[in-house]
Design a protein around this ligand. Structure first.
Ligand code: FES
Length: 144
């Protein structure tokens, strides 16, 4: 069996929603200190719905494919739904990632959460702090 699914290869070769959004309503940036990869997500939000989303990822192929798929999954969805997106759901939508590459999909989940938090903060919207874990535990994430 090939190491990477066709969907991973497709999203890696033809990533969707690459770029930036000027005056974005929310921006989230995360990095994995172990591999050094960085992901940035920009959200345009209208009436609580993600009208547009773009990403910039300086990272491995799985991180690029994960960002691309994650942006596709949240585009047009309410912000609350984007917050529920897990890295596992991103990996499943890509027809799986090799075990040692699952942590790459974690960046996508965290960058989206960071962008939503930024949007909430900028607009004075109250939220449950527990939705946004302050410290990322890289070690446990690398084990998955
Ligand atoms: Fe760093 Fe994939 S190896 S995100």
């Amino acid at each position: 069996m090939a190491l990477y699914s066709e969907k991973v290869m497709d999203h890696f070769r033809n990533p969707r929603n690459v770029g930036t959004i000027e005056n974005a309503d929310g921006v989230g940036e995360v990095g994995n200190p172990t591999c050094g990869d960085i992901m940035k997500i920009y959200l345009k939000i209208t009436d609580g719905v993600i009208e547009d989303v773009k990403f910039e990822t300086f990272g491995c192929g799985s991180a690029i494919a994960s960002s691309s798929m994650a942006t596709e999954l949240i585009k047009g969805k309410p912000v609350s739904e984007a917050l529920e997106l897990t890295n596992k759901a991103v990996a499943e939508a890509l027809d799986g990632l090799p075990a040692h590459k699952m942590h790459c999909s974690v960046l996508a989940e965290e960058a989206i959460k960071g962008a939503v938090k930024d949007y909430y903060d900028k607009n004075g919207i109250e939220y449950d702090e527990s939705l946004f874990p302050a410290e990322h535990d890289c070690e446990s994430c690398m084990e998955h």
